[in-house]
Design a protein. Structure first.
Length: 256
C-alpha cells in the first residue's frame, strides 16, 4: 500500500505518509479522514456515523485475541458495537481534558480504519482518568490496546495511557497535557518498536522534563512490536519484565 503526504493534514503530517493509496485507486487518510476517489462500504458507514455526531453506545466484552479482560475494557471505556452490516466496531471513549467527561470517540474497524466522532476536542490522554496517583510513574503508549495491555498485565497497578490520535499526533498530545504529566513521579514513553515509533520517540523526548522522564529502550531483542504483542505472545511476566529492565532515562540532549 503506497503512502504519501496528506493535503488534509498539512504540516501535522510531519512524516509525510498519512495518505494511503488502496488497490482500487482510492486514497484515504486515517488521521484526518481526507479521502479521494469512490467510497467503499466501510467509508459510507464511517461517514454516516461521523455526520450523526452522537456518541455511540456499544457493549463491554473481553478482547480475547488481545488478552484484555472485560474489567479492563470497562475501566478504560472500550466497547464493542456490531453494525447492521455485521461489522464489528471497537469504540474507545475519550475525555475532555478540563472536565473529564466523555466527549469524543474513536472507532476501530477490522480494516484498521479509525474514524472519529467529535474529533476536534481538547482531549486528555486515553485512560488518564485512571492515573490518579501522582507519586507513581505514568507510561504513555501509542495505542489504546497497548495501554490496556499494561493495565491488564499489572492488574491495574501500573498507570498506562495512550496517545488519542496515534503516533503522528504524539507531540501535540503530550504538549497539550504536559502540565498534568509533569506532576507524576516519572513519565515513561513506550512507543511501538517500528520506524514510526522510533521517530516519534525522538521528537517527544525533547518535550519532557529532565530528571523525571524515561523511555523503553531496545526491546526489539524480543521480536514483538508493541505492548500488546508482548502480552499476547510473551505473557504478562514478559511485558512486566520489559517495563522494569528496558527503562532508559532521558538525558539532557534528548537523544541518547
Amino acid at each position: 500500500m503506497d503512502k504519501e503526504a496528506c493535503p488534509g493534514c498539512g504540516s501535522n503530517d510531519w512524516m509525510k505518509d498519512n495518505l494511503r493509496t488502496f488497490p482500487n485507486g482510492t486514497k484515504h487518510c486515517f488521521a484526518c479522514n481526507y479521502h479521494e476517489g469512490s467510497m467503499t462500504k466501510i467509508d459510507q458507514i464511517n461517514q454516516e456515523i461521523e455526520e450523526d455526531k452522537e456518541l455511540m453506545e456499544g457493549t463491554y466484552t473481553n478482547l480475547r485475541d488481545r488478552g484484555i479482560s472485560l474489567e479492563t475494557c470497562e475501566a478504560y471505556g472500550y466497547q464493542t458495537y456490531i453494525t447492521s452490516s455485521n461489522v464489528e466496531v471497537h469504540i474507545a471513549e475519550h475525555r475532555d481534558r478540563n472536565t473529564g467527561e466523555v466527549v469524543s470517540q474513536q472507532l476501530r474497524y477490522p480494516n484498521k480504519s479509525f474514524p472519529w466522532i467529535n474529533p476536534n476536542k481538547d482531549l486528555m490522554l486515553f485512560g488518564q482518568h485512571l492515573a490518579t496517583d501522582y507519586t507513581k510513574p505514568i507510561y504513555i503508549t501509542e495505542g489504546q490496546i497497548d495501554a490496556m495491555s499494561i493495565h491488564e498485565a499489572s492488574n491495574g497497578t501500573v498507570q498506562a495511557v495512550s496517545i488519542p490520535k496515534g503516533i503522528n499526533d504524539a507531540h501535540n498530545a503530550i504538549l497539550s497535557n504536559l502540565a498534568e504529566l509533569k506532576q507524576y513521579a516519572n513519565i515513561i514513553l513506550f512507543f511501538d518498536n517500528d520506524e514510526a515509533g522510533k521517530k516519534g520517540l525522538e521528537k517527544c523526548k525533547l518535550l519532557l522534563p529532565m530528571g523525571k522522564a524515561s523511555y523503553i529502550n531496545n526491546y526489539n531483542m524480543l521480536a514483538e512490536k508493541d505492548a500488546n504483542e508482548l502480552l499476547t505472545i510473551g505473557g504478562p511476566e514478559i511485558l512486566l519484565e520489559v517495563l522494569e529492565t528496558h527503562l532508559k532515562e532521558i538525558v539532557p540532549d534528548g537523544i541518547v
